[in-house]
Design a protein around this ligand. Sequence first.
Ligand code: HEC
Ligand code: HEC
Length: 486
Amino acid sequence: MTLRAVALALGALLAIGAAKAPERWWSPGEGRVFPAQLTYPNADGELGLVLTGGAMPTRGHPFFEPLGPDGRACVTCHQPADSMSLSVASVQERWIATKGRDPLFAAYDGSNCPGLPQGERASHSLLLDHGLIRVERAWPVAGTDMSVEVVRDPTRCNSGEYGPEKGKISVYRRPRPVANMKYLLAMGFAYDPKAGMPLPLDPETGQPVSGNLMADGRALTLKIQMEDAAATHLRMVRHLTPQQIAQITDFEMRIYSAQVKGPHGMLNAGGAKGGPQTLADSIPGQLGSISNQPNSVSGPVWSEFAAWEKDDPALPEAERAFRKSVARGARVFREKMFLISDSAGINSPVGFGNPVRNSCVFCHNMTQMGNDVAPGQVDLGTTTLPFADPQPDLPLFRITCRGKPHPHYGRTILTHDPGYALTTGKCADVGKITLQSNRGLAARAPYFSNGMAKDLRGIIDYYDRRYSIGYTEQDKQDLVNLMRAL
Ligand code: HEC
Ligand code: HEC
């Protein structure tokens, strides 16, 4: 057991002893009542969930009931204690507790490939070691401006029965948190500045949408997303009924999640406004939130911790130091400038130049949430060489641009996950990933779409390397403390 796992287990035990925290793992079909407020201890304090509109019975609710042949529900991969995502610690505990029989480990996408012997740990290594779920998409077809070859196929899911011959490609991704949806669906922009295009349109209503769902932007609305999830993750043969769609949407729009208690005291104390209730009460920010001036509805990103800039000598030393560090971290996030370079979606194809001098907030600017106000996808390098860390257990593809070369990588690109290019078929979109919520981070390691950052420090170390930022040790600790408080 890792130290973190021990701490988690101890935390859970203590909490059960105090008869306070509910069972951490939600199995499908338990029929619990989802309370209006819920907390779960974790290694950095406590995660809080708020269900606006009050408690909700989950008996018969399609997010919580097993649908389809594998006995899975949406909640299987979107666990309340893990900020409605899925931490690798929970996956490992589940493997041990059920000897690998939890529906989570279903062959279809809870194993490296359905063709592998399912009883063995090795066949589920990507889920157990990195928290990754297999995502199967159509092999990019001829006529697009790129061609794809398999360079390495360690999971054996990009060859034979599951590969290009069958028109399929498999990539491996982290479940994204299903919470705080108001922010992800908000439209702060009249067009897509990352591609210089009009906003994407909901194919059903013709109305513009935020374009900020799913790593590769393949589902533009919650409805399309859940139909996709039902057909793939749940392997449902029948379609979700209009009533089930309405119930899932209702839950997704009411659930808010954020760390509510830090390692040293509550995050909504001393004038700070951390925790999920503020998220439920606030209005998503507009473009103004990029600015460091408090000129948007709720001030610049992470200004909910601004009150902690004022020292409070009455506090215990550790709490005092933590509060100051979080407040400094918010400033580093907004104010410490570096050169953002060779990141498609920012440095190309439109407008900002390459490199552009700015801070974390240039891409993460939605107040309260830290996703991007502007729609569209960005290539941070998390899935693509040479920027991604070596990941020998992930498939590797070679993309050849047929028309114009890629603006930053040239004509051939090596990638573990082409990301948005699987949706558009364009070589300029290889490696682009949709920014996700920055909330509830402490509850849902590892990070980035492919789980490359093992912990919060891993996120900062990646950025420091990727953009040669030169953060001081203090900057790094402050950013990590900020992220522990989100
Ligand atoms: C086997 C695990 C699994 C199950 C079961 C599952 N999901 Fe997911 N979910 C994922 C993964 C993985 C992603 C990210 C996929 C991607 O980005 O390509 C995701 C993404 C999402 C997102 C997008 C969030 C965002 O910020 O982009 C929503 C919404 C969602 N799931 C809802 C559901 C619903 C509703 C169900 C049940 C019908 C469900 N999920 C069942 C694994 C799962
Ligand atoms: C050029 C745009 C850009 C900049 C600048 C940027 N990010 Fe990101 N960030 C992204 C993208 C794109 C993702 C999603 C990548 C992925 O999931 O593979 C992301 C994801 C994240 C996540 C979410 C991880 C998760 O798994 O939920 C955090 C936290 C984060 N960034 C923090 C930061 C910090 C801190 C900085 C400043 C050091 C920063 N970002 C600067 C584009 C950017």
